[in-house]
Ligand binder design. Structure first.
Ligand code: EPU
Length: 418
């Protein structure tokens, strides 16, 4: 078991380089199974979720090779299996993308029921409704789900909830289907657009990604021999933007997309931070007090739930009272118990949390309850008085590449202890 030991009272300053997006990578890697050829992916985040999915692709007969720290070459010409190891796939949430990609390519798939961070109920009914609308028969058995079809035929699918996973999964399942699929009430996150761009590069016919409606004309085949670079991580960018604000520091965040950060930028400005758009870099700094504000998480372009715990740290030391309303996940306030151990005054009930700002946080033993909570607690420990020990850091390694090195370069005193 590893832990981080973090000495606090640090104002973060300097430069940080953003990695490729985790939530794009964990979808694009399964998408390579749709391609009868070789794909080169650049700007791949070197994180544990990506390593798990590489192992799964290998177990299905794909040849997966890291040619440098951020580049993967995947040869999916000779798939040997459509039933993924239940043990491997049930380890993490995004294994559900194998359903869409293997159903699309082979018309037959079986995976373990998706695991992942504990954020409350995580149904996949909209994915299943979509696969069935394309003509698949979907069955659940103990701990696993399988789907098969004689052929997949395009259809119109209206999603009852806006779902990142269902949107991507139905894109994956329909790019090789016969005829036209229209997906309505879809998610619009930057990683949706990235998956569609990747597939389009390989010959798919997809229109409207990034809007409420996506139209897919099925094609016979997706071709290989393409190189695609994964979009910068919106959530990692936001994590460092909030770290600059909360530590009253000054950070130049490089290799990121300013336009993806509109909602967070608006909140940081309201809270007294300052932001400069420098093309593919963003400078965020704060030289005064942090103001309270209210936040409601929403699908993109609303405030991302995946940045809610991080901004919660800044609100815990703001002047005055703030309210966060979490509208996506039912259990995303577990980090507030940890912040309260540090002296924060947060009352969380159901999907609402009230933050009464305090002057300082104090170092404490801390437990990451999920990936983004873990990132938030690193920020909390960096700004607190005294030393904190942060446990359960395997959650953080799922989605942040070398996070302690990145924070250390900004002046944080953080050590990984085995
Ligand atoms: N939902 C349903 N039925 C479905 C699918 C979703 O009711 O069939 C509900 C969920 O319960 C939730 C809401 O719809 O209330 C949104 O869920 P969504 O499907 O969008 O989430 P997801 O695809 O499971 C992805 C990210 C999450 C991120 C959410 C929301 C990946 C691998 N995961 O999850 O990322 O919080 O979208 O933006 O892309 C993270 O990176 O830390 C993380 C948890």
């Amino acid at each position: 078991m590893e832990k981080f030991v973090i000495q606090g009272n640090t104002r973060l300053t300097g430069e940080v380089e953003i990695s490729g997006a985790k939530n794009a990578a964990v979808a694009i890697l399964p998408a390579t199974l749709l391609i009868d050829g070789i794909t080169t992916l650049e700007n791949v985040p070197n994180i544990s979720d990506v390593k798990i999915i590489c192992d799964i692709l290998t177990s299905l007969g794909a040849n997966v090779e890291w040619t440098n720290y951020h580049t993967l070459v995947i040869d999916s010409r000779n798939l040997t299996c459509t039933h993924a190891s239940l043990e491997m796939t049930s380890k993490f949430r995004a294994s559900y993308y194998l359903l869409g990609s293997l159903l699309g390519r082979c018309k037959d798939v079986e995976v373990g029921l998706p695991g992942g961070c504990n954020l409350g109920a995580r149904p996949i009914d909209q994915h299943i409704k979509g696969f069935e609308a394309l003509g698949a028969e979907v069955n659940y058995e103990q701990g696993k789900i399988n789907a098969r079809a004689k052929e997949l035929i395009g259809n119109s699918i209206y999603f009852d909830v806006v779902s990142v996973g269902a949107t991507i999964n139905l894109i994956l399942a329909s790019v090789l289907a016969k005829g036209t699929t229209i997906l309505d009430n879809v998610a619009k996150e930057p990683h949706i657009v990235d998956v569609a761009n990747f597939l389009t590069t390989c010959g798919a016919d997809i229109m409207g990604a990034g809007t409420d409606t996506i139209k897919i004309n099925g094609v016979d085949k997706l071709t290989g021999n393409h190189t695609y670079s994964i979009v910068p991580d919106q959530i990692e960018t936001g994590t460092f933007m909030v770290a600059a604000l909360a530590s009253k520091g000054d950070i130049l965040i490089k290799n990121c997309i300013y336009e993806h950060m509109d909602c967070l930028s608006a909140k940081i400005l309201e809270m007294g931070g300052k932001i400069e758009n420098l093309g593919d870099s963003i400078r965020v700094y704060c030289d005064g007090d942090i103001n309270s504000t209210n936040i409601k998480t929403l699908p993109y372009p609303g405030f991302p739930t995946d940045l809610q715990p991080q901004i919660g740290v800044a609100l815990s030391i703001a002047n005055g009272t703030s309210i966060i309303n979490e509208s996506i996940w039912e259990s995303r306030f577990q980090y507030t118990n940890e912040l309260n151990k540090m002296g924060a005054k947060i009352t969380a009930q159901g999907k609402t949390a009230i933050f009464e700002g305090v002057k300082n946080l104090k170092g404490s033993p801390l437990y990451a309850t999920d990936l983004r909570a873990g990132a938030a607690l690193i920020i909390a420990a960096i700004i607190a008085d005294g030393t904190s020990e942060l446990y359960n850091i395997h959650y953080i390694d799922r989605g942040y590449e070398n996070i302690e090195d990145k924070f250390r370069k900004l002046g944080a005193r953080i050590e990984r202890i085995k």
